[in-house]
Design a protein. Sequence first.
Length: 135
Amino acid sequence: HGLAAADARDVGRRASLAIDDVADCAGEIADFLNHQAGRWGLRQDVVERALIAIGEIVRSEAGERLSPSRLIVEARYDELRLAVFLHRPVIGPVPIDPSASRRPRRWMSLQVPGADAAAMERTPGQSRLRLEFDV
């Protein structure tokens, strides 16, 4: 794949990468994050933790193959943290708990190896995962 096959865009300390097929995207994501780390002055140990967490998510979803394989990786960096968002289209209904309050929480907290914090949001047609890494 490589960055040439994907859409990479930079805006300040925010960048995104569109991947058309997640089947074999680990190298593509690693190249993207390493390139941004060099531009932003981000430490390599933070990038390595991010790659571990993203790898866990991509591997777990690869076995399901219930949703389309397109993935958008968005990275945001400030002096305190690296935040990585994984956006995926979702086929099928979004499960809703009937006992939930009328104003459900938008983000559900998760535990993901390598991440200091993680949360997921599912809306009709899209799933978003937020991974945070303290710098």
